[in-house]
Design a protein around this ligand. Structure first.
Ligand SMILES: C[S@@+](CC[C@H](N)C(=O)[O-])C[C@H]1O[C@@H](n2cnc3c(N)ncnc32)[C@H](O)[C@@H]1O
Length: 289
């Protein structure tokens, strides 16, 4: 089984760009493991305790002798522990996606970058020219970076965490992107609809919420609340990108929820990057017809 894993890892062509090398959820073996190449760092995440941890780390130490990596950083998500198995945890480091830099903090539960949204961010870049964009659940503002590179006229990033928005603002700066006409609103979205309306209508609306964040957002009961507000935030030509990453929330359910409560109609699904085997992320585009 270790040979299989090594074979899979070695099949990727690497560069300084972020690359998921192994996505356990979609695999037969090592379902508890993800492995990312982040420029010169090999980033290992264990989602459950396992007897294979030591052998896997030995395997990775051997692998990096011939790869571009010079450090192995390990996150035990089940134990909330991060350590360097080789090298050091850098204080300043970035993940690169299509040439765009994202600041990382390896000590945080989520390090500042989600690679599964790569194709959706490219899509947003391609439609953003001169557009007014509302980026809900902005996190470190990945969509905003690509919207701005795509020459969006105005972007509102909304997230209840001030610290992720601060990283988001820094992400624009390290990429040389002008933050003029970009807002960073630290609101609880479920309570902020009157404020969101002030800049409405938007040409592009992005909804990329967590599935289950206790006390903040529970998709099964809260997603519908945002959908019901869409008419007051949009116009006849608004494009909606609605996302959900949960095995329990199907594509059909999300389409049905949106089509039965608004005039938005499903157009297409943005495919997930191929490395994310069997990912449960659904990224769906809607227009008003
Ligand atoms: C899955 S991440 C979003 C990922 C992001 N769209 C990206 O492209 O990287 C979820 C974010 O939702 C935020 N969040 C959760 N509940 C919220 C709420 N009720 N209002 C505002 N932000 C919320 C969290 O702070 C977190 O940053």
């Amino acid at each position: 089984m270790f040979e299989n894993l090594l074979h899979k890892i070695k099949s990727h062509t690497l560069s300084e760009e972020f690359k998921r090398l192994y996505h356990g959820r979609g695999e037969e073996e090592f379902k508890f493991l993800t492995l990312d190449s982040i420029d010169e760092i090999l980033f290992v995440q264990f989602y459950e305790e396992s007897n294979y941890e030591k052998d896997l780390l030995d395997l990775f130490k051997e692998y990096i002798q011939t790869s571009r990596h010079n450090a192995i950083i390990v996150k035990r998500r089940y134990g909330n522990e991060t350590f360097a198995a080789l090298g050091e945890i850098p204080e300043n480091y970035t993940a690169i996606e299509n040439g765009m830099k994202f600041k990382l903090n390896f000590l945080n539960q989520n390090i500042g970058y989600f690679g599964d949204m790569k194709n959706s961010r490219k899509f947003i870049e391609s439609i953003s020219k001169d557009k007014k964009v509302l980026n809900l659940f902005a996190y470190t503002c990945g969509f905003s970076l690509f919207a701005r590179r795509g020459e969006a006229g105005y972007i509102a990033n909304v997230d209840m965490s001030k610290s992720v928005l601060a990283t988001g603002m820094a992400n624009h700066q390290i990429n040389g992107l002008d933050i003029k006409n970009i807002s960073f609103w630290p609101y609880n979205i479920l309570k902020a609809f009157p404020k969101l309306k002030k800049q409405a209508p938007y040409d592009i609306i992005i909804i990329d919420p967590p599935t289950h964040q206790k006390g903040s957002f529970i998709a099964s009961k809260d997603y519908i609340k945002i959908i019901k507000k869409l008419p007051s935030l949009s116009h006849q030509n608004t494009t909606l990108l609605a996302c959900i990453n949960s095995p329990a929330f199907s594509k059909e359910e999300l389409i049905n929820m949106i089509e039965s409560n608004t005039s938005f109609r499903f157009q297409k699904q943005i495919p997930n990057p191929e490395e994310y085997t069997n990912s449960t992320l659904k990224s769906l585009v809607f227009n008003i017809q």
